[in-house]
Design a protein around this ligand. Structure first.
Ligand SMILES: *Cc1c(COP(=O)(O)O)cnc(C)c1O
Length: 545
């Protein structure tokens, strides 16, 4: 049978369904199996009534008919396109409108998102995105503006950027903020480029080392290397924090700065942060803080008080703008007084009762040292509107409660499971916004991946796995403040059950998930050799016909 003509073929599902016979369709109840669009598509079908393009020879039967009906048709197309008329079919799958709608709807049902259930990915802050934010972002005055519009026609949008900048500077206790970086990693690059510009301005461009703790997010060393620095690791202490003594010992005239995540990726607050900053400054370097975990301290700690020079804020984490395939992200960077002159353009400033865009280095004395631009325009307007709505609707007391509840929820999970799962830093005290477990103590042959796959069968997106690297077989669980106690209790019961099966060596866990559309994929192969282009398996189809 040709799959191109029928759009359907009998499937032998690879998932283990126990003693229950597999369905002939491959469907599992109303969860429908879906082939690739190229497999269900058919070059003779279309959902739109365009005139047929191309010469009769290659446009198929319909093209021949059109040309016969209207002999001037091809000629007129050729005239318009000046010899660029397509001479071969483009190879797009043809689908009718209902087939197209069903294809994407079926795929969307196989997706998992924060609007479906608990999403405990550590370090990602997958919190609920309030619908009020969406409503505000969709107001035409914000959603329909164009970055090249004259500024007097977008005063409201500029005011949003200006107000958000004000609150980000206030919440962090810093001097200024660059709004344009488009994600956390982009913000890191922005911060490091500002540090580089500041060092060069002081004639200290020869400092070529950035110190990064072992527990850092992978984007930190990648950013430093991308900006031309050499990265040196700073070890962690047994209790999961930066080894302050080792860091101080490495400081010197070749060190440009440090990049430290606080709270760190083990879910712990770096208590020595002020001491570290003072030592780095005394040695002539700058302090970059990865602020992705700001959700744990927002409203309670101001990074500016800890001596930080630059820090990105993931609006899509702390301030609830959607992310995780639902992006785009937004990563404004706050700066200390020392780095402010080097921050990238543009800036929104209020002059009298007008909001203006500062787009040139020489526009005023504050931005003379700017290292340039991170992006063509002004940043992610939709994210700014959502984040400002989030900040204003929570207020100061609400934001403080965000971090308190985020930390409370994480500790509830840590203490509810540390009798079953190994919690490497559990004994040294409470955690911040995320609870760290490890696969130590599971039966031989069982590891973090088996727990993650078992959780899928229980209807939960897995936690962050094998990160941070300082802990072997790490499992990082970040509940955020937006989960109810009932949701946490259900997750705890599920994780406890899966962990007990892994400790008992239950062989069925090694083949989990059993209820998912696909079971264990070769994730390494998929990452190393992704198949991104569909090729017509012509010999196969011919053989079948
Ligand atoms: C998410 C995250 C980043 C990167 O942020 P993106 O917006 O994904 O680029 C960097 N560091 C830490 C600790 C993070 O959790």
């Amino acid at each position: 049978m040709s799959i191109n003509q029928s759009g359907w073929r009998p499937t032998s599902p690879e998932a283990n369904t126990g003693n229950v016979p597999a369905s002939v369709t491959g469907n599992k109840a109303l969860m429908l199996e879906e082939a690739l669009i190229f497999e269900i598509g058919d070059s003779h079908t279309t959902g739109v009534d365009f005139d047929t393009f191309g010469s009769p020879a290659n446009a198929g039967a319909q093209g021949t008919k059109d040309a016969a009906r209207n002999p001037g048709f091809l000629l007129s197309q050729e005239n318009k396109l000046g010899g660029l008329l397509r001479t071969a079919p483009i190879g797009l799958p043809g689908l009718s409108e209902p087939e197209t709608v069903r294809h994407y709807t079926r795929l969307s049902r196989q997706n998992y998102g924060i609007d479906l259930g608990f999403f405990p990915l550590g370090s990602c802050t997958m919190k609920h995105n309030p619908r009020l934010n969406e409503k505000m972002a969709r107001l035409p005055g914000f959603s329909d503006v164009h970055p090249l519009q004259p500024v007097d026609t977008v005063q409201g949008a500029l005011e949003v950027i200006h107000q958000l900048a004000h609150w980000l500077v206030t919440l962090t206790g810093m001097t200024s903020v660059a709004m344009s970086p488009k994600a956390g990693a982009h913000g890191e690059l922005c911060g490091i480029l500002a540090i580089r510009a500041a060092l060069e301005a002081k004639g200290e461009g020869a400092r070529k080392i950035i110190l990064v703790p072992e527990s850092a997010h992978g984007t930190n060393p990648a950013t430093a290397a991308f900006a031309g620095y050499s990265v040196e690791d700073i070890p962690a202490t047994a209790e999961g924090r930066v080894d302050t003594a080792a860091l101080k010992a490495r400081l010197g005239p070749d060190v440009a700065g440090v990049m430290i995540t606080n709270p760190n990726t083990c879910g712990l607050f770096e208590r020595d942060m002020r001491e570290i900053s003072d030592a780095v400054h005394a040695a002539g370097g700058f302090v970059y803080c990865d602020g992705a975990n700001f959700n744990a301290i927002v409203g309670r700690v101001r990074p500016g008080d800890l001596g930080i020079d630059a820090m990105h804020i993931n609006l899509h984490k702390t301030f609830s703008t959607p992310h995780g395939g639902g992006g785009p992200g937004s990563g404004p960077v706050v700066f200390s007084e020392a780095l402010t002159p080097y921050a990238p353009l543009p800036f929104v400033e209020k002059q009298g009762d007008q909001f203006v865009l500062i787009e040139e280095e020489n526009a005023d004395e504050h931005h003379a040292g700017s290292f340039g631009r991170m992006v063509a325009f002004h940043g992610q307007m939709g994210m700014f509107t959502r984040a400002l709505t989030y900040i204003l609707s929570h207020g100061a007391d609400g934001l403080r409660q965000v971090s308190e509840d985020a930390v409370l929820n994480a500790n509830y999970i840590l203490r509810s499971l540390d009798d079953t799962l190994d919690a490497p830093f559990g004994p040294s005290g409470p955690c911040m916004h995320e609870a760290l477990f490890s696969d130590s103590g599971l039966a031989t042959g069982f590891s973090t991946i088996d727990i993650a796959k078992g959780l899928i069968d229980e209807g939960f997106h897995p936690m962050t796995m094998y990160f941070p690297l300082v802990v072997h077989g790490a499992m990082l669980v970040e509940p955020t403040e937006t989960e109810s106690k009932a949701a946490l209790d259900q997750f705890i019961a599920a994780l406890r059950s899966v962990a007990e099966r892994a400790k008992a060596g239950d062989p069925s866990l090694k083949t989990a998930p059993h209820f998912a559309p696909r079971a264990r994929l070769d994730e390494t192969l998929a990452a190393r050799k992704p198949v991104l282009v569909w090729k017509d398996p012509a010999p196969l189809a011919q053989a079948a016909e």
